[in-house]
Ligand binder design. Structure first.
Ligand SMILES: [Zn+2]
Ligand SMILES: [Zn+2]
Length: 247
């Protein structure tokens, strides 16, 4: 089965090297990210495996313009009639059928290998499609009881993450980070320093679980893992001022 439950109400759909997600909402389903071109059938098959119907897909939330995330949004839109939501910086590219700004590999041997093996051959275009809704940092989408939008540029200028406060809190980090060989930076950034600032911002949020565009979800204590990596000097949440002895 391609669809697995991360927490009740949120499913991960494995599309090989990249993941999409399906969030159950009272008004239907939200599909978060759409894989490479040609993935719509697999995503809708996963929806059926969940016991739901493709016609129930109401929202297509695309975390950024890259072809492994926005590759099947046009096809899914045709098949379901759902509306598309993105950050304006990347919505402009997808409307024009573009999928890429210049990227630089993150330092490290594995990142260099990933770039050489996979990313160099990745399409620079996606099928152009209309994006009906533009959202930005701090917006709360009326989906699944309220889905919080977090703008996390760096990997991609229009990169979005989503925080779902239900079920102890779930962060859909998309490509702000990756969890293929452990929790780490993405292998590529448009602007690494900005990406690291975005990760410090995510690490200040509260969430129990996190899931990623690439790699496995973290189901427990995910925010603590983010803080250890990207806010190492911050006080652990839940601990008050350190008690000091008088004198
Ligand atoms: Zn990406
Ligand atoms: Zn990706």
């Amino acid at each position: 089965m391609a669809a697995t439950i991360i927490v009740p109400g949120l499913w991960e759909v494995s599309l090989g090297f990249v993941n999409a997600f399906v969030l159950e909402s009272p008004d239907g389903l939200a599909v978060i990210d759409t894989g490479i071109a040609g993935s719509a059938g697999k995503i809708l098959q996963a929806v059926k495996e969940m016991g739901r119907e493709p016609t129930e897909v109401r929202h297509l939330l695309v975390t950024h313009c890259h072809s492994d995330h926005a590759g099947s949004v046009a096809e899914l839109k045709r098949l379901t009639g759902a509306s598309v939501t993105m950050h304006p910086a990347d919505a402009a590219l997808v409307r024009a059928g573009k999928a890429l700004r210049p990227l630089k590999p993150t330092p490290g041997l594995i990142n260099a290998l990933v770039c050489r093996l996979m990313v160099a051959s990745a399409p620079t275009e996606v099928e152009a499609t209309e994006v009906e809704h533009e959202v930005d940092d701090g917006d709360i989408l009326p989906i699944a009881g309220g889905l919080h939008v977090v703008h996390v540029p760096g990997h991609c200028a229009g990169q979005l993450a989503f925080l779902w406060p239900e079920q102890g809190g779930v962060l859909i980090a998309a490509d702000a980070a990756a969890n293929v060989f452990g929790l780490a930076l993405s292998p590529l950034y448009e602007d690494l320093a900005e990406g690291q600032r975005s990760l410090a911002k995510l690490a200040a949020l509260e969430f129990e679980a996190a899931c990623f565009g690439h790699g496995k979800p973290i189901k427990r204590d995910a925010a603590a893992r983010f803080r250890k990596k990207w806010r190492p000097n911050s006080a652990p949440v839940g601990q008050g001022q350190a008690t000091t002895h008088a004198g």
